[in-house]
Write a protein that binds this ligand. Structure first.
Ligand SMILES: CC(C)(COP(=O)(O)OP(=O)(O)OC[C@H]1O[C@@H](n2cnc3c(N)ncnc32)[C@H](O)[C@@H]1OP(=O)(O)O)[C@@H](O)C(=O)NCCC(=O)NCCSC(=O)C[C@H](O)C(=O)O
Ligand code: MG
Length: 282
């Protein structure tokens, strides 16, 4: 099993050449070159050109390269999509995706790049009530969702607390819908730059929910995300014991066995194999 980890997905404004250059030396799994909210209107064209040039120039190693475009219904959307489609990036990330039909429009706009991934920001209240349909439509291409808690909070009038009480229901639903259709899913950003404790609490919470990783806004957020979304020593030990347990001749034909102090069923083997593969690839 090969796994492409997405523990840490670092955004940067594509108008910021220094940040783009710095990303090449950072240990993030995903680089998101942003053309949307982090870029002022008068810098949009320059940011688009920077993003395409950076992807074409390369130097990002195994990091997954994603361009976040402006929405198709904005004055920049069509040009962003066309440029991203020809860039060679691993995926395009579209903001505020709110319906399966919208996913279809983006897929059509990317028809010249059939292998390119299409990722969606899940950050509108309308999307929350259409998650299963959006996930089903998304799965026609390599897909991943990124939660946009800033936009959700804005629309809902909710507060962005560390514990994210207003968002817990939708976090669980987003993970369930995404995973149900084989779509990746990455948690939203933590805006506070000087609170590693709060960031770590959100990483632990998101991992428990089943998110693959966290979207990030600053280099110093990368190490905690990698550490906390990667498998812990305890998880690796459990996974190895579960795999060895089911491989043992005395357990042939058994659907459930004891591993340490816990019941492990055959249905847990897939998770055990994923943990071991993740440990090898990160
Ligand atoms: C938040 C920032 C504006 C802070 O900038 P600044 O105070 O200038 O940072 P530092 O001085 O601490 O930077 C130290 C060095 O690190 C580099 N740096 C900083 N941020 C990044 C980054 N994101 N990627 C790569 N490199 C970065 C600086 O260049 C410094 O390097 P050096 O000079 O060599 O020492 C800034 O961090 C920032 O712009 N962050 C990203 C903002 C962004 O992209 N926002 C959009 C995505 S978030 C979003 O939209 C969420 C979603 O849609 C939702 O709805 O929730
Ligand atoms: Mg947003």
């Amino acid at each position: 099993m090969t796994i492409r980890p997405r523990r840490s997905a670092l955004y940067m404004p594509a108008s910021n050449l220094r940040a783009i250059e710095k990303a090449k030396s950072l240990d993030c799994d995903v680089v998101i070159l942003d053309l949307e909210d982090a870029v002022a209107p008068d810098m949009k064209a320059e940011a688009r050109a920077n993003a395409v040039a950076a992807v074409k120039a390369g130097g990002f190693g195994t990091r997954e390269l994603v361009i976040r475009v402006n929405a198709l219904d904005t004055e920049w959307g069509a040009a962003d999509l066309a440029a991203a489609a020809g860039s060679g990036a691993d995926a395009v990330l579209a903001p505020k995706v709110s319906s399966a039909e919208e996913v279809g429009r983006y897929h059509a706009a990317l028809s010249s790049a059939p292998a390119m991934g299409f990722w969606s920001m899940i950050e509108t209240t309308r999307a929350i009530f259409r998650l299963d349909a959006i996930a089903e439509a998304s799965a026609a291409r390599p897909a991943c969702w990124v939660l946009g808690t800033n936009d959700l909070a804005k629309e809902m009038g909710a507060k962005l607390t560390v514990d994210r009480a207003p968002f817990l229901g939708m976090m669980g639903l987003a993970v369930a819908a995404a995973k149900g259709h084989g779509v990746g899913v990455i948690d939203g950003v933590y805006n506070v730059l000087d609170d590693q404790e709060g960031l770590e609490a959100q990483c632990r919470q998101a991992k428990i929910f089943g998110f693959d990783g966290k979207s990030l806004i600053h280099p110093k957020q990368v190490e905690p995300a990698n550490r906390l979304f990667g498998p812990s020593e305890e998880e690796i030990a459990w996974a190895e014991a579960a795999i060895a347990g089911f491989a043992a001749p005395e357990n042939a034909g058994k659907g459930a066995i004891r591993v340490g102090g816990e019941m492990v069923e055959r249905l847990h083997l897939a998770e055990a194999e994923r943990i071991v593969a993740m440990a090898k690839s990160s």
